[in-house]
Design a protein around this ligand. Structure first.
Ligand code: GLA
Length: 360
């Protein structure tokens, strides 16, 4: 019976408040799931046939033929490949995708799609997967099928987000705590319009560098490393892991600042994190630096790049009643500075993780 039903899945994106490039070192992160989301409306069927409102391509494949296409469909094929590897064998579906979440702009549209599909298959084919497990399997889709060596942050936030809360996650143990976002503030996402084409190779390189440093130190996680431990490392490894170690500390401090409702302190930590990642992790770019510094001049409590960096989006934390005019004036200043780029802003709200609704 279940198999003939239609389902609607709403899968959020994620914004990371603080804790960047720490999740592949077993460090701390503090993201939230966004109200911007991907929607999948789907009904079980033998093969997979899926179309998307955002891109005019429609794909059909059999679930035992999973060659990558080098396109968005790989996030779906990858779900089947990893589930099959784990001994599950869900059938196909006929589905339509739509999204309010902008694609490829650093708000985890890929994790959002993976979790939409995982959650649908989990319900429609009774796979019995927990949210944590779906997050881990979706990370494997990226790592093993798509070839992006990402950590667990995006998939975890998309799977386990909570309304009006951020999640502070220990990415080594996956223990996490919900951190309430104080009332009266708004997170503005500012997309720079800078495409992130080269991100994967830079990202994978950073990961290799810090992993090599951790191995030399015999450390399982960046949380147990302090800055003094870094002295004997090669210069580049010292530089990169140094950022990660300081970033872990900032996540803990940012959680405390949020809990105390100390927005000045919280904002100050965001700005410090941005300057540190720009200088010592070299994951920023001129456009992101401009947005962050201008946002603070325009009255934001704090601002920083969010996600992998090298383009994509920045966040600014501002008073709620000023958010719309803040976004407008930041956009005007940015357009003047970078007339060839197409920026976009979104006022986002921390929201619940992926959810599935049965329509009949
Ligand atoms: C990307 C990855 C995440 C994380 C961030 C940087 O979004 O998918 O796992 O590493 O970059 O913090």
């Amino acid at each position: 019976m279940t198999r003939e039903s239609t389902y609607r899945v709403r899968s959020p994106g994620r914004v990371n408040l603080i804790g960047e490039h720490t999740d592949y070192t077993g460090g701390y992160v503090m993201p939230f799931a966004t109200d911007l989301h991907t929607e999948l409306e789907a009904a079980p069927s033998a093969a997979v046939e899926v179309a998307s409102d955002a891109v005019e391509t429609r794909y059909t494949f059999e679930t035992d033929t999973l060659e990558p296409d080098d396109d968005w469909i790989d996030y779906i094929k990858g779900c089947y490949a990893i589930l099959q590897d784990e001994g599950y064998d869900p059938g196909g579906f006929t589905g339509q995708l739509s999204a309010t979440l902008p694609l490829g702009s650093g708000l985890s549209s890929s994790a959002s799609l993976e979790l939409a599909v995982m959650a649908f298959l989990n319900d429609a084919y009774d796979l019995g997967l927990s949210r944590e497990r779906m997050a881990r399997l979706s990370q494997r889709v990226e790592n093993e099928y798509v070839g992006m060596s990402c950590g667990i942050m995006d998939q975890f936030a998309v799977a386990l987000g909570r309304d009006d809360h951020a999640l502070m996650i220990d990415t080594e143990t996956l223990e996490y705590e919900s951190v309430p976002i104080p009332e009266g503030i708004r997170v503005v996402v500012f997309h720079t319009g800078v495409s992130r084409e080269l991100v994967d190779s830079a990202y994978n390189q950073r990961r290799e560098t810090v992993e090599s440093a951790l191995e030399k130190l015999g450390a399982e996680s960046s949380k147990v490393v302090s800055e003094e431990d870094l002295e004997d490392l090669p210069a580049l490894e010292r530089e990169r892991l140094g950022f990660v170690v300081r970033e872990n500390e900032r996540v803990e401090q940012a959680k405390a600042a949020l809990s105390d409702g100390n927005l000045e302190r919280f904002g100050g930590l965001l700005l410090e994190a941005h300057r540190d990642i720009a200088e010592h992790y070299e994951a920023s770019c001129a456009e992101l630096d401009y947005v962050v510094e201008t946002a603070v001049e325009e009255g934001a409590y704090g601002a920083r790049l969010t996600g992998a960096g090298w383009g994509g989006a920045a966040i600014a934390v501002v008073d709620e009643d000023e958010a719309a005019s803040f976004a407008e004036s930041l956009t005007a200043a940015y357009r003047e500075e970078f007339p060839d780029l197409e920026p976009a802003t979104h006022l986002v709200t921390p929201s619940a993780g992926v959810r599935v609704e049965r329509l009949d």
